[in-house]
Structure formats: C-alpha cells, structure tokens
Design a protein around this ligand. Structure first.
Ligand code: THU
Length: 160
C-alpha cells in the first residue's frame, strides 16, 4: 500500500509581501546575522523568535576551533529562551542565512536536521504550532506552519 505525505508552504518574493510583525522578525534576524561568529565556515546565520508575550529574542551561529563544539543560530536562541522563559510559548521563528559573501543566487536556508528536532521538542511541549520562516539576504522567504512539516516520520517523546 502506497501512502503519501503532503506538505504545503508559502513563498514570499520579497519583504513587501510580509506583514508588519513578519518584517520586524526578518529585520531582527538579519541584524543578528551580522554578529554571527562563523570564522571557520564563513557561513552566517541569524534568527529571531517571537514569544506569546510579544517579546522578540535573537540568536546567531557560534563556531569553535573544535568544530563540533559550535552551535547553530536556532538552537543558540531556543536554548537561551527555554532557559529564561520556560513557560512562554514560541509563536514564530525566522531564520536568515547564507555565505558571508552573499551572492544573488543563494537560496533561502532551511534549518538543519538537529535544529528541526530541537524545534519539534518545543512545539510538542507547548502543544501549539510554531510558524517557521526561512530566508536569504534578498528577502525571499519560505514559511511552513509547523515544524512537523519539515520532519515527516518525526521522533518525539510519545515513543519513549
Ligand atoms: N547553521 C545554522 O546556524 N543553522 C542551520 O540551521 C544550518 C547551519 C550554521 C552552522 C555552522 O556554523 C554554519 O551554519 C555552516 O554549517
């Protein structure tokens, strides 16, 4: 028996197609990207996270000479937020990434597998979806309405 997953997403050609809060999140993620510490990969990622209480926090990738000791932008932000606002729900996360020397051809950068898994953990914990946006420096944006849309056959606590 053949079965399918169906995933839909939104594509925004530029920031003009975003609403006010989405634009603010895009701007803040781009600002955060400027402070990425990525001397080894020369690939800089910034992200912004909107909480239910309206606060926005940001993160960026933090690398290390011992490569595995570094951390992606998303988890840098998520772990800090969970450490400081454990009860606050996450409404939206906006990720902007690309090579430091950005070229017109760089596509929107989706979160890596480990960041998807971490995002899924918080989405499951809060029992409410998180809107995920990812973008390039040209403000082309892709949006999915749940982390689960990027993780078919996801693994979570229900299996434990
Ligand atoms: N990176 C992120 O910050 N987020 C992702 O989801 C993808 C990858 C970072 C990790 C590393 O510092 C650099 O981008 C190149 O992989």
């Amino acid at each position: 028996m053949k079965k399918d997953f169906q995933i839909s997403y939104e594509y925004f050609k530029n920031a003009g197609e975003l609403d006010d809060i989405e634009k603010e999140l895009l701007d803040k993620a781009k600002q955060a990207r400027e402070n990425a510490y990525s001397p080894y990969s020369e690939f800089s990622v910034g992200c912004s996270v909107l909480l239910e209480n309206g606060q926005i926090f940001t993160g960026n990738n933090q690398e290390n000479a011992a490569f595995p000791s570094g951390l992606c932008a998303e988890r840098t932000a998520l772990f800090w937020i969970s450490a400081n606002f454990p009860e606050e729900k996450i409404k939206k996360i906006f990720v902007v990434g690309g090579p430091k020397e950005f070229s017109e051809n760089n596509p929107p950068i989706p979160p890596c597998g480990a960041c998807r898994q971490s995002l899924l953990e918080y989405e499951t914990k809060q029992n409410e979806n998180i809107d995920l946006y990812f973008s390039n420096m040209n403000d082309e944006v892709i949006k999915v309405k749940s982390i689960k849309d990027l993780l078919p056959f996801y693994f979570d606590a229900t299996f434990l």
